[in-house]
Ligand binder design. Structure first.
Ligand code: 5AD
Length: 335
């Protein structure tokens, strides 16, 4: 539904009545996307990044990070293990690591596609031709958060990056027929509720298929170490309002939420979320993909985290999706 900026700010600032907001978002979720929770197997295949975002633990200038990249064989093997565990979507995420050329990535995508899974890429900004090649090789979806629509704030946080260019990448990805996921961080230094409201309106305008919303968590080895970060409560409220604005999209319960509270993802699943992306990267690499401290699941095995999560989902009275879990536009069903 459409909300005005004023209405959004009112919902975001009303912490006294957040339980009502969560209930409303939960109802909208049930009516529009049902009780299935879609699990995506997330592979963090390289933490090497050419960018230097002030908030991010794997920024280029953080010399304390032990850098790694999976070989083609390891990456394909991890994806196969994910498919064998029952994941119907594999998410390939990395820093902007140019070792992974279009040719290499296309080879990997075609190999993984044989496991009968949907493939989501989350590898940042690339050229139109590269996005096109990945799509032709079999990639179905693309995730890239806009992070904030406050351009001044964006350029303060990513001095060498261009907001406009990131936006153009999102448009290219959409034009190429990917399902498009975007999103933001909540609680960035200097970010206001008006700014978050603008972000939500932007995501609605862009007609995204998936929205990832997480609290900003300051990382000790970054220039933003001393900042205060976002609260789980505000992140959940933002997510709940997104659900009300875009009733039929996919919304993940994000890892950053779980990192602020041991039950953060379950809380999110009861406030509008319908997707979880468990990490299936081999244990030996997990702790190195520290975008922020205390990242949930850093010391777990893929099989363990999946089965514990499955039990929690059943306890909520929900079910685990058995299909690919694509965005199905309600308007198309109702017609
Ligand atoms: N706190 C929370 N989220 C972060 N991300 C990166 N660094 C942080 C942090 N310190 C998020 C960004 C990015 C996604 C992969 O992780 O939104 O798009």
């Amino acid at each position: 539904m459409s909300l005005t900026k004023k209405e959004i700010v009112a919902l975001l600032s009303d912490d006294a009545n957040e339980q009502e907001l969560f209930k409303r978002a939960d109802d909208v979720r049930r009516k529009n996307v049902g009780d299935e929770i879609h699990l995506r197997g997330l592979i963090e295949f390289s933490n090497i990044c050419r960018n230097n975002c002030l908030y991010c633990g794997i920024r280029r200038d953080n010399k304390k990070v032990c850098r790694y990249r999976l070989s083609e064989e390891e990456l394909i093997k991890t994806a196969r293990q994910g498919a064998d565990m029952g994941f119907k979507t594999i998410v390939m995420q990395s820093g902007e690591d140019m070792y992974f050329t279009a040719e290499r990535l296309c080879r990997i995508i075609s190999a993984i596609k044989k496991f009968d899974v949907a493939i989501t890429l989350s590898i940042g900004e690339r050229s139109y031709d590269e996005y096109k090649a990945f799509r032709e090789a079999g990639a179905d979806r693309y995730l890239m958060r806009i992070e904030t629509t406050d351009k001044e704030l964006y350029h303060r946080l990513d001095p060498q990056m261009s907001w406009q260019h990131r936006y153009e990448c999102l448009l290219m990805i959409k034009e190429l027929g990917y399902e498009l996921g975007s999103g933001i961080m909540v609680g960035l230094p200097g970010q206001t509720l008006e700014s978050i409201a603008n972000d939500l309106l932007f995501l609605q305008d862009l007609e995204i298929d998936m929205a990832g919303i997480g609290p900003f968590i300051p990382h000790p080895d970054t220039p933003l170490a001393g900042e205060s970060g976002g609260s789980l409560s505000l992140a959940l409220r933002t997510m709940a309002v997104m659900r009300i604005m875009l009733p039929d999209i996919n919304i993940p319960a994000t890892t950053a939420m779980e990192s602020l509270h041991p039950n953060g993802r379950i809380m999110a699943l009861q406030a509008g979320a319908n997707v979880v992306m468990p990490n299936i990267t081999e244990e030996e690499y997990r702790s190195f993909y520290a975008l922020y401290p205390g990242k949930a699941g850093a010391d777990d095995t893929p099989a363990n985290s999946r089965s514990r999560l499955a039990q929690k989902i059943i306890n909520l009275g929900r079910t685990i999706g058995t299909g690919y879990g694509s965005h199905i536009k309600k308007s198309l069903i109702d017609k």
